[in-house]
Design a protein around this ligand. Structure first.
Ligand code: TYM
Length: 336
């Protein structure tokens, strides 16, 4: 299909820490799989990362790292638009408008807000609460059709859809395309290796709980050996064994098989065998991505040139939507 007729697909990762295997299976690898069928925009949401405390130096490095990882995973910078959220000021501008159309009740019901604010105690930033308005802005600015994400982000896209429908209705014009959600059939929710009842998360203070996409082969093997499994020894599809289900999910997602096929391959084998096989599978996929990412990180000028061109291109699109919204809500057009 000619690029101009393709629908828009957009997604992003928060560079708040090193990227994980969860980010890869739930998001990045699906971006790669779908990229030829869409006009793609992928970016690093550095403004979102500021909703929790960040070390400025690390944040900058992690932002480069996120974009390098996108390319190392197989996103083609020649066809996809890659950029950094803060380089396109329209994201923050539209977010303000959307903030005026989202209700406090909707924001405070968000699972991510409840979980993160519980961890932060008293010092909860207002940004953590209004986070979904910025995310909706990210998506709606580009008249996006499809947003590929992991399970945990579904709620944020649903609220984005609600705002788009609400504003289109209030102004009786099509201000925004209402985006669809894509989540993968396997790998949409990878769990922590240390607590399989919780999601594998970049921000988990226990580094053994997550596989980072920059981990060495040795670190991957060690983390898998330490992974919390369950009582018993038989490898079965059983919800009472969440640790085993997680390893089965990871292996299934990485081998393009179903979890029950992985169970059959392990008939009569012990948990230890499953752990080693899962580690091998992760190393096979993540190893080359890690090496390519680290190599790209030695070429920051190249990365810079990509996200500079990306921001320029993204802004052209974003400005059109923002101008239309400003006009429809009643702001006077600037004459500069
Ligand atoms: P973030 O940075 O937490 O996660 C990035 C992507 O990885 C997915 N993911 C997972 N998938 C499976 N298992 C897991 N354990 C796991 N952990 C994370 C997430 O679902 C996500 O797809 N708010 C977003 C970033 C964002 C965004 C956007 C995404 C900002 N604006 C616009 C899409 C469109 C976030 O914090 O993702």
């Amino acid at each position: 299909m000619p690029p101009t007729q393709k629908k828009i697909m957009l997604s992003a990762v928060q560079p708040s820490h090193l990227l994980t295997l969860g980010n890869y299976l739930g998001a990045l690898r699906n971006w790669v799989k779908l990229q030829d069928d869409y006009t793609c925009l992928f970016f690093a949401v550095d403004l979102h990362a500021l909703t929790v405390k960040q070390d400025p130096k690390k944040l900058r490095e992690q932002t480069y790292l996120a974009l390098a990882t996108y390319i190392a995973t197989g996103i083609r910078p020649e066809t996809a638009t890659l950029f950094i959220q803060s380089h396109v000021p329209e994201h923050a501008e539209l977010a303000w408008i959307l903030n005026c159309f989202i209700y406090m009740g909707e924001l405070s019901r968000m699972t991510q807000f409840k979980e993160k604010s519980a961890r932060q105690g008293q010092a909860i930033s207002a940004g953590l609460l209004t986070y979904p308005a910025l995310m909706a802005s990210d998506i709606l600015l580009y008249q996006t059709h499809l947003v590929p994400v992991g399970e945990d982000q579904k709620q944020h896209i649903e609220i984005t859809r609600d705002i788009a429908i609400r504003m289109n209705h209030i102004y009786e014009v099509s201000l925004f395309t209402v985006p669809e959600i894509y989540t993968p059939p396997v790998g949409a929710r990878i769990m922590s290796l240390q607590n399989p009842m919780c999601k594998m998360s970049k921000s988990d203070p226990d580094s053994n709980s997550a596989i980072y996409l920059t981990d060495t082969n040795d670190q991957i093997l060690k983390k898998l050996k330490k992974a919390v499994t369950d009582s018993g020894s038989e490898i079965t599809l059983d919800d009472q064994k969440p640790g085993i289900q997680n390893l089965l999910q990871i292996q299934a997602a990485l081998s393009e098989k179903t979890p029950s096929e992985i169970v059959s391959e392990h008939t009569g084998k012990q948990y230890g065998h499953l752990k080693i096989k899962t580690a091998e599978k992760i190393i096979e996929t993540i190893g080359p991505i890690r090496d390519r990412t680290l190599e790209l990180m030695t070429h920051k000028d190249y990365l810079h040139s990509i996200f500079q061109a990306g921001a320029k291109h993204a802004r052209e699109r974003a400005q059109k939507t923002l101008a239309h919204v400003y006009d429809q809500v009643g702001l006077i057009k600037g004459r500069y």
